[in-house]
Design a protein around this ligand. Structure first.
Ligand code: NOJ
Length: 603
């Protein structure tokens, strides 16, 4: 226990420092607000969306491979319900040789035996729907597995499959008689994006792994096949799709065009994807026509979600995927700004967060809905990338801003990246860089089994081992421990998910009374509803914040604590206490959610 006198003394010292800091108070009120009817009609706007990597949630079938499965997801329905999530997005569980762990699909309309069966899926869907949880599937239209029947028949030039994939003749032959690829295009996973097929005497194009050949979307039959896959799952009752790798759907028709070197990226490895710019292989205009067509088809079913994966530094390009009122496309492209612009602890400042929020909200097409993504199965864990101290504060940000928060499994307990040895490494992206460099690119660290309790395999599997090692910290960092603790990341998350349901958060307005590098404070308010003030200390020090002086709004002298970061053990800030807004004490990385007794007009 920290003696009670330590806090006042420490805070007094910091206070002196704090008043020396130039506080930039912006009279920043975001006029963002969606209409009531819009909010009420659409299930996925009503709460947090939770991403499940099915290999890693829970192994209910207890197979020897220690791999999660669909029954495992169903078995955790109560946990997901209690967590307060409203929509699940499940990464691919379709039939697959698993070179890219399910993103290489050999049958789009069946379940891989490792995950179970179609009956298991129906059961999952029924269970989730009975709890009012929507289920969104991961959909991978850009490529299939090379083991898909379409590819096997295309290879043999069997009609109508001959042009189902992107085939090209060699540019020529080198001195040893080896065929030369038609251009310099690179795979995201490193190396040439072209692989030679002796049988057909042609190259095929693969934006990812050679075992993930790109489908040819210039072929209308391919477009029909893919729409039929959508329909198959929609008819089975799913609530929407997360569309994988959408920007790669088309390439230019002229396959003789080389992509230019990206001089600014300053990458030495000329086999690395970022060595080149990608004007001919990404975000081609034809993509929008296809998305438009999918939208029309999906709109023949009620309230289906289409969210699309688009990584692009140019936010205007990303926004195009929303479409607009007269030309609706995706419900949203993922907002990866909190990933792209926050790569380490020192990137997380109030000023930067405010800019990130403004950039998305200001560029949002009229009437469209924001979303906030902190992590996913391709990124380092939040606690490892940005700091374990920030886990609760960042969850407060994403769950309490207007829009849909997207949570990757395990982030609600602050799971961390695991240290995966070269011998245990599975991710093809990491493996392509070899023993010396795999850690720069491997996505295995964020994909380890969910940590349920302190028993063997973290309670994830009763098998002898698990597909990826469980993180060593599972004995202390797990769901059971955090359920039993008085305060924990998990408990904070549940409180936030519950708050997210309240009208002030679901459809209220947003204002920023304080924006500095150290502190970001925002208010959520709605007429005749409670007003909430969220104060985040993003610095690596404990601070005292004087909102009386520094806020650009007239605020009451006191507020009540609703929840706070689990790292703050002080009596003063414990939930239910009254705190003075002229001397708010926050430990490093802490977030505080306060309810204000009354607020004069904020406008
Ligand atoms: C994007 C997915 O998020 C990633 O995990 C996968 O490897 C590629 N697309 C290829 O499908």
């Amino acid at each position: 226990m920290v003696p009670r006198w330590v806090f006042p003394v420490t805070f007094a010292l910091i206070f002196v420092g704090a008043i020396l800091i130039t506080v930039v108070c912006l009279v920043a009120k975001v006029g963002f607000r969606t209409s009531d009817s819009e909010h009420e009609g659409t299930a996925w706007k009503k709460g947090a969306l939770y991403q499940i990597y099915p290999r890693s949630l829970f192994d209910a079938k207890f197979d020897m491979e220690g791999t999660g499965d669909l029954q495992g997801i169903t078995a955790k329905a109560d946990y997901l319900y209690d967590l307060g999530v409203k929509t699940l997005w499940i990464s691919p569980f379709f039939t697959s040789p698993m070179v890219d762990f399910g993103y290489d699909i050999s049958n789009f309309v069946d379940v891989d035996p490792i995950f179970g069966s179609l009956e298991d899926f129906d059961e999952l869907l029924k269970t989730m729907h009975s709890k009012d949880i929507k289920v969104v599937l991961d959909f991978v239209p850009n490529h299939s597995s090379d083991e898909h029947e379409w590819f096997q028949r295309s290879l043999k030039r069997e009609e109508p499959f001959t042009d189902y994939y992107v085939w090209a003749d060699p540019k020529g032959f080198n001195d040893s008689g080896d065929p030369i690829p038609p251009n310099n295009w690179l795979s995201v996973f490193r190396g040439s994006a072209w692989t030679w097929q002796e049988e057909r005497k042609q190259f095929y194009y693969h934006q990812f792994h050679p075992k993930q050949p790109d489908l040819n979307f210039r072929n209308s039959l391919v477009q029909e096949e893919i729409k039929n896959v959508f329909k198959f799952w929609l008819d089975r009752g799913v609530d929407g799709f997360r569309v994988d790798a959408l920007k790669h759907l088309f390439e230019v028709e002229d396959l003789s065009l080389d992509e230019p070197v990206d001089e600014e990226a300053d990458v030495e490895d000329n086999l690395q994807y970022s060595y080149l710019k990608h004007p001919y292989t990404s975000d081609q205009p034809e993509t929008f026509e296809v998305v438009r067509d999918w939208r029309k088809m999906m709109d023949t079913y009620p309230d289906k979600l289409m969210m699309v994966e688009i990584y692009n530094d140019d936010i205007q390009e990303v926004m195009k995927y929303y479409g607009n009122d007269t030309d609706p496309l995706a419900d949203f492209p993922f907002n990866f700004q909190l990933i792209d612009k926050l790569q380490n602890r020192s990137d997380v400042t109030g000023t930067r967060l405010k800019n990130i929020i403004d950039e998305w909200v200001d560029n949002l097409p009229d009437g469209k809905w924001p979303n906030w993504v902190l992590g996913n199965h391709d990124q380092n864990r939040v606690a490892s990338r940005l700091g374990a101290d920030l886990v609760d504060a960042l969850n407060m940000l994403t769950l309490l801003l207007p829009g849909t928060p997207i949570t990757y499994y395990g982030e609600e307990i602050g799971m961390q990246d695991a240290d995966i040895s070269w011998e245990d490494t599975k991710d093809p992206w990491g493996c392509n860089f070899g023993r010396e460099r795999y850690q720069e690119h491997s996505r295995d660290p964020c994909r380890t089994p969910m940590q349920w309790d302190a028993t063997a395999n973290a309670g994830f599997s009763k098998g002898p081992s698990t597909w990826l090692p469980v993180n060593d910290n599972y004995k202390t960092l797990n769901v059971k421990a955090q359920t039993e603790a008085r305060e924990s990341h998990l408990k904070v998350y549940k409180t936030l998910a519950r708050l997210r349901q309240e009208s002030s958060f679901a459809k209220g307005k947003l204002a920023f009374p304080v924006v500095t590098d150290e502190v970001l404070a925002f208010i959520r308010y709605l007429e005749d509803e409670p007003t909430y003030l969220i104060v985040l200390n993003l610095s690596e020090n404990d601070v005292v914040v004087d909102l009386d002086h520094h806020a650009n709004l007239e605020l009451p002298p006191e507020a009540s604590v609703i929840t706070r970061s689990a790292s703050d053990k002080s009596e003063e800030n414990s939930p239910g206490s009254k705190v003075s807004l002229s001397a708010l004490m926050l430990v490093r990385g802490e977030g505080l959610v306060l309810q204000l007794p009354f607020v004069e007009e904020i406008e």
